[in-house]
Design a protein around this ligand. Structure first.
Ligand SMILES: Nc1ncnc2c1ncn2[C@@H]1O[C@H](COP(=O)(O)OP(=O)(O)OP(=O)(O)O)[C@@H](O)[C@H]1O
Ligand SMILES: [Mg+2]
Length: 227
């Protein structure tokens, strides 16, 4: 099943002399359960693309369909709800809320959506993340790897259609990076979570089903590594 389709996506930042064409007519689609790595040089448009897939920014041209919904046809309120329910975003610098505990950070998306966590599911998630003994800690009391596991948990707790990650291991040492790669891989293989990950980390690219290279805002290569 096609979970994501983008058509002729372009993004121009600024106007006139200072205009930057960050994305130039990109089209592709992603199947449910696919694990896609996005690679490319600095400034090639990878983060811009990820933000457009996640409904974080608006394209200059083109369309993004998630589960057949044309997301930029939604008004701001609906787009915000769509983002909260259907997109799990993970960043290089974790972006946790420093004054909230691990448990509060994890359940924040549900709280914002007026939902209660299912205790059994929550306990299972915490166990998977190996955070059982850290639930009442604040983010600055955790290691980098633990913080990233919280941000992955927060991204997945509302069971999103797609998880998007921008350099999720970019700020971690080798051992913590491996744990994050294993965790993401497990979410993909066991739960068929669709993953789109920007990375310079070869370990991530090697786990992916498909590698898309972006150069100068265009798709330079789109390779299926495994079916
Ligand atoms: N808010 C913005 N305003 C103006 N130009 C921007 C903005 N954000 C990004 N750009 C420009 O758009 C281009 C693509 O940027 P983008 O952040 O998508 O690159 P990237 O591939 O993620 O790079 P990196 O690997 O360094 O993170 C760059 O030339 C960048 O300078
Ligand atoms: Mg980037």
């Amino acid at each position: 099943m096609e979970i994501l389709k983008i058509e002729h996506l372009s993004k121009i930042y600024g106007t006139g002399e200072s205009a930057v064409k960050a994305l130039d007519d990109i089209s592709f689609s992603v199947q449910k359960g696919e694990f896609v790595a996005i690679i490319g040089p600095s400034g090639s448009g990878k983060s811009t693309l990820l933000h457009l897939l996640g409904g974080v920014d608006r394209p200059t041209n083109g369309k993004v369909f998630v589960e057949n919904t044309d997301i930029y046809a939604l008004d701001e309120t609906r787009l915000a709800i769509f983002r909260r329910r259907q997109i799990g975003l993970i960043y290089q610098f974790f972006n946790l809320i420093p004054t909230l505990t691990v448990k509060e950070n994890l359940t924040l998306p549900l709280l914002l959506d007026n939902q209660q966590e299912d205790k059994k599911q929550f306990d299972a998630l915490v166990k998977t993340l190996n955070l059982e003994h850290r639930l009442n800690h604040l983010p600055n009391q955790l290691s980098g790897g633990q913080q990233q596991r919280v941000s992955i948990g927060r991204a997945i707790i509302s069971n999103p259609a797609i998880m998007l990650a921008d350099e999720p291991t970019g700020n971690l040492d080798s051992k913590n990076s491996s744990e994050i790669v294993d965790l993401l891989n497990m979410l993909n293989k066991t739960y068929h979570q669709t993953l789109i990950i920007i990375t310079h980390d070869e370990r991530i690219a090697l786990q992916a089903d498909r590698i898309i290279s972006i150069v100068d805002g265009k798709i330079a290569k789109d390779e299926v590594i495994r079916q």
